[in-house]
Design a protein around this ligand. Structure first.
Ligand code: CTP
Ligand code: MG
Length: 227
C-alpha cells in the first residue's frame, strides 16, 4: 500500500511560530511519531510526505534516525491540504492502484489502523476511519443562534487514514479543482462526485493534534504506550 502524509500546514490554531508537526512530543518531532506508526504497519510499502520546501531540512533530519527500510519521498505540498494531496497524487509511483492518505498531525494512529484500512480497501473504492461523535452537534448561524440539532446517532467524526482507488481519487480531485470545491478531507470530494465512501472503525485515541491541549494529551497517551 502507498501512503501519502499531508504535512505541509503551518499550524495556525496551535499558535506556534513553526509547523506544528515539528513541535517536540516526548523528545521527538510530532511527525516522527506519525511516520514511525506508518513504518510499523505491515501493509505500508511506500511513503510520500507532503511538505513546504522550507521544512524539508527538518523533515530529513527527523527521518534519518528512523532508518526506514521503506522508500520515503518528500513532495512539495500546496497552499491548502486539498492542494497538498493533489500534488501527492501526481507524485505517486505508477504502479500504485490504491492509496491511503493520513494526516501528519494524527500521530496517535496505530499500525493496526493502517492495516485495517488497507484490508478494507479490498472491498470498496473509498473509505475513511471514523468514530461516532461524543458531543451533541449544533448547526449555528453567523449571528450565533442555533438553527438545528442533527440526530447524534447519524453523526461520525472523520479521521484519517482515508483510503481510495487511485484513479478514482485523481478524477475527483481534478473535478474539485475545475469546480472550485473547497473541502477539508478527501472523502468529501468523492461524496460531491456521487461516489460511495465506507466507514472503517477508527480509534478513540486517534486525535488530530490541533491546539496546545492536544499536544499534552498526545504526550500522555504515547507515554502510556511506552511504559
Ligand atoms: N496540511 C497540508 N497542506 C496544507 C495544510 C495542511 O499538508 N497546505 C496538512 C497538515 O500539515 C496536517 C493535515 O494537513 O497534517 C491536517 O491539517 P490541519 O490539522 O488543519 O493542520 P494545519 O493546517 O497545519 O493547522 P491549522 O489549520 O491550525 O493552520
Ligand atoms: Mg489547516
Amino acid at each position: 500500500m502507498h501512503l501519502l502524509i499531508p504535512a505541509a500546514g503551518s499550524g495556525k490554531r496551535m499558535g506556534s511560530s513553526q509547523n506544528k508537526l515539528l513541535l517536540n512530543v516526548l523528545g521527538q518531532p510530532l511527525l516522527s511519531w506519525t511516520v514511525k506508526a506508518a513504518l510499523a504497519s505491515q501493509s505500508i510499502e511506500w511513503i510520500g510526505i507532503l511538505g513546504q520546501p522550507y521544512d524539508f531540512p527538518a523533515f530529513e533530519a527527523l527521518l534519518a534516525p528512523l532508518h526506514s527500510p521503506k522508500p520515503v519521498q518528500l513532495i512539495t505540498g500546496g497552499e491548502t491540504r486539498q492542494q497538498s494531496v493533489f500534488n501527492g497524487m501526481q507524485a505517486l509511483p505508477q504502479q500504485a492502484k490504491f492509496v491511503l492518505i493520513h494526516d501528519g498531525a494524527r500521530c496517535l494512529a496505530t499500525p493496526d489502523l493502517f492495516d485495517r484500512c488497507t484490508e478494507a480497501l479490498q472491498h470498496c473504492q473509498g473509505l475513511i476511519a471514523a468514530m461516532p461523535v461524543k458531543d451533541t452537534i449544533k448547526i449555528v448561524n453567523a449571528d450565533g443562534w442555533i438553527t438545528d440539532t442533527p440526530d447524534r446517532q447519524n453523526l461520525w467524526g472523520a479521521q484519517t487514514p482515508q483510503g481510495f482507488d487511485v484513479a478514482l481519487l485523481k478524477a475527483c480531485h481534478e473535478k474539485g479543482k475545475q469546480e472550485g470545491w473547497e473541502v477539508t478531507d478527501d472523502a468529501a470530494l468523492l461524496e460531491k462526485c456521487g461516489q460511495s465512501v465506507k466507514i472503517v472503525p477508527g480509534e478513540d485515541t486517534n486525535l488530530k493534534i490541533t491546539t496546545p491541549v492536544d499536544l499534552a494529551i498526545a504526550e500522555f497517551i504515547l507515554g502510556q504506550r511506552l511504559a
